[in-house]
Ligand binder design. Structure first.
Ligand code: NAD
Length: 368
């Protein structure tokens, strides 16, 4: 059998720097754990525009469709701000998400004990936090028609439409229940069924998928505004939260910030299963290309490395190895190793991007 394949798209700014550390980690798993991947690399974003005149070439799109997992760094930068909207670096990322039909966006909010002081909330509220927000990514108000700015009765009116079909809700609900089975077996679905018909449909469909297919998973429903309050009041009550595109956009950013720096946040976007049973999948850090620190060796590679840990778990069924990697990161942080973005007011000497990668590899070696 051939090795599973990974397509690496480092992108722009700090993307290539943080991805460099992921490549070291991938090699470590090949050398020390016998987990060998067929790794190929290509261009996305501004880097692709510079060579091809488009932010994602057709051949790259075809490689992404065929890969078992795509790992992306980040796209964008001031150099490309003047470009026409149709060829902006972000369009490359949007094309990947759209054509791979990645409808389920996984945003974990996990608080490493060593960083609990970084949160704006009290330490006991966030220490040990481990929740997962599943956001529907390809439908809802960001895509519904009609949309636009129109003239009506002598003034302009802006219109967007929240629209969900039953099958769109079903598939993202299934993805949340499947995740919950691998975690603490609890799903909370969030909408506004009190004021939105799309919310009533969402609630009914999630409940039906639960009753018919996942009766053993604990399911609750919550209005999304209450959900926002509960996330900052006592986030540890949740395991998996499933919600629509708009509420998920807001709630996942809110949950992510419970845990501290942008340099720590991974994500996964999953689609339908391919022939080999693996879901179409794109893994990427939440942060952007950070032009203010690009090229200086200051970027924190942990978000990108944690995105690879998600790939190990969700694409390659290597949950134990994903945990090994997460525990190595936990150990490095507990030992006080910090990139500049993780320095507290007490100061200290930060390590470089590659210094952090090397420390994580040393912790992986120690785990054997
Ligand atoms: P950003 O995430 O790039 O940076 C925000 C701040 O966080 C900056 O101060 C940056 O230095 C810091 N930061 C981000 N990642 C870090 C890391 N790994 N380590 C240490 N510090 C880190 O957001 P921005 O400044 O709003 O956007 C910059 C560019 O990135 C823009 O062109 C934007 O369009 C693009 N962007 C891309 C993505 C993506 O590729 N998915 C996401 C967001 C923004």
């Amino acid at each position: 059998m051939s090795n599973p394949s990974i397509l690496i798209l480092p992108g722009d700014g700090i993307g290539p720097e943080v991805m460099g550390e992921v490549k070291k980690i991938i090699s470590w798993f090949g050398d020390k754990r016998g987990l060998t991947f067929d790794v190929s690399e290509d261009l996305v974003g501004g880097a692709a525009y510079d060579v091809h005149g488009v932010p994602l070439a057709d051949e790259t799109m075809a490689k992404a469709q065929a890969a078992d997992a795509v790992l992306l760094g980040a796209v964008g930068g001031p150099k490309y701000d003047v470009l026409d909207f149709s060829v902006k670096p972000e369009r490359g990322l949007l094309r990947l998400r759209k054509e791979m039909d990645l409808f389920s966006n996984l945003r974990p909010a996990q608080c490493f004990d060593a960083l609990a002081d970084f949160s704006s909330l009290k330490k006991d509220v966030v220490a040990g936090l481990d929740i997962m927000i599943v956001r529907e990514l390809t439908s809802g108000v960001y895509f519904g028609e009609p949309r636009g700015i129109f003239e009506e009765n002598g003034e302009r009116v802006g219109i967007n439409t929240q629209r969900y079909t039953e099958s769109e809700v079903e598939r993202v609900a299934r993805s949340a229940f499947e995740l919950a089975k691998r975690r603490r077996n609890k799903v909370c679905s969030m909408e506004k069924a009190n004021v939105m018909e799309s919310g009533i449909l969402w609630r009914e469909v999630v409940q039906r998928v639960h009753d018919e297919e996942y009766p053993d998973v604990e399911l609750s429903h919550m209005y999304a505004d209450n959900g926002a309050m509960q996330l900052v009041r006592w986030p540890k009550q949740f395991d998996v939260i499933v919600t629509d595109n708009l509420f998920g956009d807001i709630l996942s950013d809110c949950a992510a910030m419970l845990t501290g720096s942008l340099g720590m946040l991974p994500s996964a976007s999953l689609g339908a299963p391919m022939e080999n049973g693996r879901p179409k999948a794109l893994y990427e850090p939440v942060h952007g290309s950070a032009p203010d620190i690009a090229g200086q060796g200051k970027a924190n590679p942990i978000a990108c490395i944690l995105s690879f840990a998600m790939a190990l778990r969700y694409s390659f069924d290597q949950g134990d190895e994903a945990t090994r990697l997460e525990q190595a990161i936990e150990k490095v942080l507990a030992d006080g190793v910090r990139t500049a973005d993780l320095m507290g007011p007490e100061g200290g000497t930060p390590v470089s991007t590659s210094g952090m990668g090397d420390a994580i590899i040393a912790a992986l070696d120690a785990s054997l």
